[in-house]
Design a protein around this ligand. Structure first.
Ligand code: SAH
Length: 379
């Protein structure tokens, strides 16, 4: 655990002046850094990075996620996993991998719901991939009594080969992005640099041109884009697809995240602190930095390594197809309060004004298996 985290203290420390100052020093020494390099330091720097040092999730923290909204979310994921396991031929053993599990709430709810199929629980080998030592500790506490014993790994490719079901809710949005800006008929890297007049103030600037073939990793980077157009690339997505494709044995990955089903032009880098958006350069290490997930680019990347995809589907529609309302009706039997809570959760998770259409669901599977539940036939 790092010295910056103390669970008994305020989990919203002041902006890490140390990290901000170190970023300024790095720029003075080496010149401007890419948006991806800035994001990597802001999120993962071992001494001051957001995920390396903080516990950001929950009502009193910086943001709240679907599993934290309602137990129904994780429970439906649990049933989805059981059906997917059957689709893959009921392999035993089968890794059950979660990327970025946060406080472990989704997996706890999923494993509880999966008790309907004891053979699944007997086969499941839960492995958590988590960057934050604080969150790892929280996961260990929450999952101490889980029906299948959990372990941790540093990365997907550090997990031994074998059939795998992988889930990633709000994980891809924190993988660092590169930003490219169209200028005079070329794509140029967007950089973070120091303001010339105000010392130790960070600002954006244009860097070197990048080859068109690199920009083409997102379908949004069209050759007729006007000057000033901005597109985003996420190298971590290609690495993730490679890691999935290279796993021997059937593998299915479920990605749930916020972002458009079809690639869009535009700057989507956002920083959130205590449920409020702030300037993305203002508080590296003390704000949650994410960017919308380009689902079309994800599909393109999956297909380029031979994987099959189903979706993306809007989260709201998908949860309703999986039986959200039936589950809510069961919970509502506990009384008026439970009924109100369930209705509020359905609204929050499915309504287009909330998470219903902003969040998309995509399944990625080794070739040749049955379509995943709620997502239609693979392409
Ligand atoms: N899935 C959880 C948490 C989402 S927040 C939920 O829905 O509540 C993002 C999570 O991903 C956090 O647990 C964060 O620490 C983790 N994370 C971010 N980048 C990571 C990386 N590169 N490797 C492993 N975990 C990462």
């Amino acid at each position: 655990m790092t010295d910056a985290f103390d669970p008994s203290a305020d989990d919203h420390p002041a902006p890490d002046q140390g990290l901000h100052a170190r970023i300024c020093d790095l720029i003075r020494r080496d010149g401007p850094m890419s948006v991806a390099a800035f994001m990597t330091l802001a999120l993962y720097d071992p001494r001051g990075g957001y995920y390396a040092t903080k516990d950001p999730i929950g009502a009193g923290a910086d943001f709240i996620t679907a599993p934290e909204v309602s137990q129904m979310f994780g429970e439906l994921i649990g049933l989805w996993l059981v059906q997917s396991w059957l689709d893959l031929g009921a392999p035993d053993p089968c890794y059950l991998i979660e990327l970025g599990p946060g406080r472990g709430v989704m997996l706890a709810d999923a494993l509880r719901a999966a008790r309907v199929r004891p053979q699944f629980l007997a086969a499941a080998r839960p492995v958590l991939v988590e960057a934050s030592p604080a969150l790892q500790a929280e996961q260990a506490r929450r999952l101490a009594d889980a029906p299948s014993a959990v372990s941790w790994a540093n990365a997907l490719d550090a997990i031994a080969p074998g059939p795998s079901l992988i889930v990633a809710n709000e994980f891809v949005d924190c993988l660092p992005i590169r930003q490219l800006v169209r200028a005079c008929g070329a794509w140029r890297e967007r950089m973070v640099t120091l303001h010339p007049d105000t010392p130790d103030t960070l600002m954006f600037a244009l860097g070197d041109p990048v080859p068109d073939a690199q920009a083409a990793r997102t379908p949004a980077a069209t050759a007729d884009a006007p000057d000033g157009a901005l597109v985003e690339l996420r190298p971590g997505v290609d690495q993730l697809m490679d890691a999935v494709a290279q796993r021997p044995g059937p593998t299915r990955l479920l990605v749930i995240d916020y972002g458009p089903p079809v690639s869009e032009v535009g700057d989507t880098l956002q920083a959130v602190r205590r449920h409020t958006r702030i300037d993305p350069l203002a508080a590296p290490g003390a704000s949650d930095l994410t960017a919308r997930v380009d689902f079309q680019a994800l599909v393109q990347s999956a297909h380029s390594v031979g994987l099959e995809t189903a979706g993306p589907y809007a989260q709201g529609e998908w949860l309703l197809k999986l039986g959200l309302e039936a589950r809510a009706a069961v919970l509502a039997r506990a009384g008026a309060d439970a009924r109100r809570t369930a209705a509020q959760a359905i609204h929050r998770l499915t309504d287009p004004s909330e998470m219903g259409t902003l969040f998309q669901v995509l399944a990625i599977t080794s070739p040749g298996y049955r379509a995943p539940p709620g997502l239609g036939a693979p392409d």
